[in-house]
Design a protein around this ligand. Sequence first.
Ligand SMILES: [Zn+2]
Ligand SMILES: [Zn+2]
Length: 372
Amino acid sequence: MNATAAIVNEVGGDYEFEDLKLADLGHDEVLVRIVASGICHSDESIRTGTVPVPTPAVLGHEGSGIIEQVGGAVKGFEVGDHVVLAYTYCGMCANCRSGQPSSCVKYNELNMSGRREDGSAMFTKSDGTPVSSLSLQGSFSTRSVVPVNNLTKVDKDIDLRLLGPLGCGFLTGSGAVIHGLRPETGSSVAVFGTGAVGLAAMMAAVIEGCSTIIAVDIHDSRLELAAELGATHTINSRTESLDERIDELTGGAGVDYAVDTTGVPAVMKSALNVVATGGSFAPVSASGKPLEFVPVSDLIFPKRNIIGVFMGNSVPQIAITQLIRHYREGRFPIDRLVRFFDFGNISQAVESSLSGEVVKPILVMDPSYRPA
Ligand SMILES: [Zn+2]
Ligand SMILES: [Zn+2]
């Protein structure tokens, strides 16, 4: 079986379209015809080498598609099923078994090596060169061989093209609030950065019943969108004093919870410093930059908590299903955050995300797909 993929041949290289051979299905794998795939900032971090994945590589880890073949030991999935693809995990370690697959002890090996556990590759060039598959998903491709642990089955009556980002960006943002911070009904939350992850965190704060939801960004257009999606207050931290506005909105107490999606050290520091006594802060951008809270008494006396939360601390098969329910009921309107691009326009789609013009670009690999 063959596929057409957008390949990164070397670190920093542009996406290049090539026909690849797909591996034979393992017993616990499926062949997926990719219908669409979101583009995440992590794909760009990998393309430019900030996060290492061996090249040549097929990136893409927000895919959605339709199953074309199932391996011999696969249970619960059949040909024709619509699926969302997320990260992969071993399913056997203590963390996986206790419901924390994003903390799988083999997470890096399975998701970032580009290879199966036995060292074989899902994609091969015509000259025999093995090609990495990000998160064993490699969704920047018309087809992919994917382990069953990556899959969440979804209803066929929803536009499948919309759903891929539920496997990473929207999962990360919503889960940071729902499973990471776990805010009480009526509490206050500030979300720093209103990209796909930040807006998902904010919509989750609405779902969780937070009463003061503050969106912080430096772009007024994004803040307007945040307000339409449920932010009760917005702060442009370039033109307004963050500390003064937070004091005003919380009676001087600070916010119960803060989420940073920017990964910018100065922003993370100010986010932590507006958290109330006993409150919690979750930085979710894996920017690799330092989180500074000197003097340490800024952390100790107010008894602030810093929470590490990865992939929304979510079990994808449970969280994606719940998010789709929220979407159906109008509480998680991801359709307002996306723009579709033809697969061939991948570079333009990436650019639209980096410039901030589009919140979540989605590549359409299968132009013949029509929602039911
Ligand atoms: Zn991602
Ligand atoms: Zn595991």
